[in-house]
Ligand binder design. Structure first.
Ligand code: GTP
Ligand code: MG
Length: 429
């Protein structure tokens, strides 16, 4: 879509969906359109029992939109839902406008915001995957008319060619993404011993702002949807000098098609492997529980097993007065372990640091170990990374008997070193 394109937004509310939810989702569509750089000229909405199977909105409504578009010189309609290929085609035929559905506008923003090679490849893959599903049904009518046993009409041939092309490109893209994944896997493996935290949340919740506050980075933040699409990881230290790595990643949104989520699999690997997730929530958003559910849905979809999730209610500076106290109390009741912060003003960050520190402590385990006196590297590693509670020299074995408190993940590294030296027996289980 081109910048400053004049557009209409179109939405249908149906079934038992409340108009409040509908209005919110239309506001979100407006934000998506703004982010994509469109100029929203007007909004059309309709209440229906269910969306029209062939034109999404009713026939009369579509005529009204067509006339309005023609008199306002609008050539693009953006829909607040995903449309079937035949719906897109029918609407386009009747109205004479370009038809963009919800996923397509999101993909358009993704394409504009992708900065890293990985993000660009992933967006391209997502676009192709989406084009593939659309294409599949788009050409169906042609192949029915012109195809037939033993005869391949132009429609059928074209779709075969297009499909083949898409499949070929998809395979190449997946390979390229896999290669990048491999590189980041090596980086991740290097960090394996260190407790890792990932920031997740709905788009625009303030993840990157919080990331910057926690790491003194200068990552791009903006009041728009999908400001950041790639992941970034930085090491930080707690007050007690414990090392951690923290990752900021892509935001989630409602109604994301499954294929799209899976295209971003490599970006989301950091989320999958993190020890602790900070679920950042914009507390100033009226229906925040809905957005939280959407995030939980995506986490389920990418198969994040029930892990440690700390809910971080952000933007508390935007709330004031009794209304806030009421909301805060309700949320505290529902999520007693959550924290309230403002990534912008820094309010509540102490509390968050405290929670993170507690988590790191909880991850620690006690270990009894006998280290041969000549394993200097291991000794200095332990001095640097573990809390040594007791240390005693044993003359008979020329070794040092240690009692340690150390993070669970580091134990794996130590076991590996000790195994290398065939000294596993020294671990007191
Ligand atoms: N008032 C207020 N605004 C905030 C706070 N945290 C973030 N913001 C604003 O919210 C907007 C979105 O912030 P980002 O940090 O870009 O949000 P994000 O979650 O990384 O968003 P995406 O990358 O788009 O998923 C920006 O305009 C920030 O300045 C906060 O604590 N208070
Ligand atoms: Mg961001």
């Amino acid at each position: 879509m081109s910048k400053n394109e004049r557009v209409f937004l179109v939405g249908v509310v149906w079934g038992d969906k409340s108009s409040e939810h509908f209005n919110e989702s239309m506001e979100e569509l407006q934000q998506l359109a703004d982010t994509a750089g469109c100029d929203v000229v007007n909004t059309f909405s309709q209440v229906l029992k269910r969306p029209n199977t062939s034109t999404y909105v009713g026939k009369g409504k579509l005529q009204e939109i067509k006339q309005a578009a023609s008199s306002s010189h609008v050539h693009t309609l953006i829909f607040n839902n995903n449309l079937s290929p035949s719906q897109s085609r029918n609407i386009s035929d009747v109205s004479g406008c370009n038809v963009v559905d919800r996923t397509e506008i999101i993909l358009d923003i993704f394409a504009n915001h992708a900065r890293t090679k990985q993000a660009k490849l992933q967006v391209e893959l997502a676009q192709l995957e989406y084009a593939y599903t659309k294409l599949k049904r788009k050409w169906k009518h042609l192949s029915r008319i012109q195809g037939g046993i033993g005869f391949r009409g132009p429609g059928e041939t074209q779709i075969e060619v297009d499909r083949r092309e898409i499949r070929k490109k998809t395979t190449t893209l997946k390979k390229k993404i896999k290669n990048i994944e491999q590189v980041s896997l090596t980086k991740r493996n290097k960090r394996k011993d260190i407790t890792s935290i990932a920031l997740v949340g709905y788009t625009n919740a303030g993840k990157s702002t919080l990331f910057n506050k926690l790491t003194s980075e200068n990552r791009y933040t903006a009041d728009q949807l999908f400001a950041t699409l790639d992941s970034k990881t930085r090491a930080i230290e707690t007050e007690t000098k414990e090392k951690l790595v923290i990752t900021d990643t892509i935001g989630f949104i409602r109604k994301l098609p499954h294929k799209l989520v899976s295209s971003f699999h490599s970006t989301l690997l950091d989320v999958l492997e993190a020890d602790l997730l900070l679920h950042v929530v914009d507390v100033s958003y009226p229906n925040l529980l809905d957005l939280m559910q959407a995030v939980e849905g995506v986490l389920e979809e990418i198969k994040v097993e029930q892990k440690n999730i700390l809910i971080v209610f952000n933007k508390s500076d935007k709330m004031n007065g009794n209304h806030y106290l009421f909301t805060k109390k309700n949320l505290m009741n529902k999520y007693p372990d959550s924290v309230f912060i403002s990534a912008k003003t820094g309010e509540g960050l102490d509390h968050l640091h405290e929670k993170i520190k507690d988590f790191v402590q909880r991850c620690k385990k006690y270990l009894n170990l006998e280290v041969p006196a000549d394993m200097h590297n291991l000794m200095s590693f332990l001095h640097k990374n573990a809390e040594i509670i007791e240390s005693k020299y044993i003359k008979a074995t020329n070794s040092q008997a240690l009692k340690l408190k150390i993070s669970g993940q580091l134990i794996v590294g130590i076991k590996k070193q000790i195994e290398d030296y065939k000294l596993l027996k020294y671990i007191n289980k």
